[in-house]
Design a protein around this ligand. Sequence first.
Ligand code: SAH
Length: 352
Amino acid sequence: MTPLEALLIRRIAATGPITVADYMAECLLHPEHGYYTTRQPFGTAGDFTTAPEITQMFGELLGLCLAQTWLDQGSPAAFTLAELGPGRGTLMADALRATRAVPGFHAAAQVTLIEASPALRQTQAATLGPHEAIWLDDISDLPQAPLFLIANEFFDALPIRQFTRDRDGWREHMVGLTDGSLSFGLSDAAQLGLLTHRLADTNPGDIVEVCPAAPGIIEAIAQRIGAHCGAALVIDYGNWGSNGDTLQALRAHAFTPPLATPGEADLTAHVDFAALARAAAPCAVGRADQRTLLTRLGLHARATRLAQNLQGAALESHLAATHRLTDPTEMGTLFKALTLYPLGHNAPPGFD
Ligand code: SAH
């Protein structure tokens, strides 16, 4: 039994079942036993690998996309260059290296990282080296200034609530106890205002997921971009809308039951991009799947250029990385990108 499992069992025995969102929040960010607070989850030695850890090209192309958008919006003199959930800091480091030659871009940028984990903040500082960055706890702490922001595999880590449609209401998925062990159960059916809009496109028995924190985060980003200009690039796995149970736990690159090892596996859910877009009101939004976005941003030209200096195993792994990011059987279409940008401006390059 993990230490967090013992704590959760005691809590549920005392005060009753908790929502899936409460369970996820404890597992991921418990101050002592949370997954992100206690470990370095990335890479072959960790539990999962993200696009910036697969190839430098990912951060380079997204950095150049933001820099081009900054130029297109008249090169605002002082702006926030932000990343939400920067992991090891690899994406930001690649983006900064790729944009070194964009005149004035670095001088005007205040690199700002929003990160909950103290351990990962240290890793990010080491990765960024001489670049001066500041760290924020919360998106609402972002200054009122032009905002150019990237979030890769951030929203999938936010806690979700799950509901099964009943004939005349919704039953929430809860984590309770069966014979003293954690188990899933359903609450009594209730009418829920937050799911009224899903009555038309679901049937009894269908499962829908809601990420309560996501709209507020998007609203904070959209407010700054709407008022001061900028752009946001949100990349993650997910769909347009939510249908079905997508809660998953990953440990040492293998799926494991979500209740099996609380605090010791990564817990995520697919992102509902339609819900993010609905919260982006003061901004225009654009969409593309990862394959389309990276291809339009010049992935293949960049890959060819890098391949010229590689041979043997390094070349093989470089070619495999390009394939992994774009192939429809790998990350190419499961991963989607959403952009927010000011009304009346062009979308960032790569988006419709
Ligand atoms: N973007 C990185 C890492 C993705 S993992 C990459 O592509 O490699 C998710 C990241 O979000 C981690 O850095 C994690 O510590 C951070 N995180 C998770 N929940 C958070 C929250 N509520 N607030 C801030 N950061 C959070």
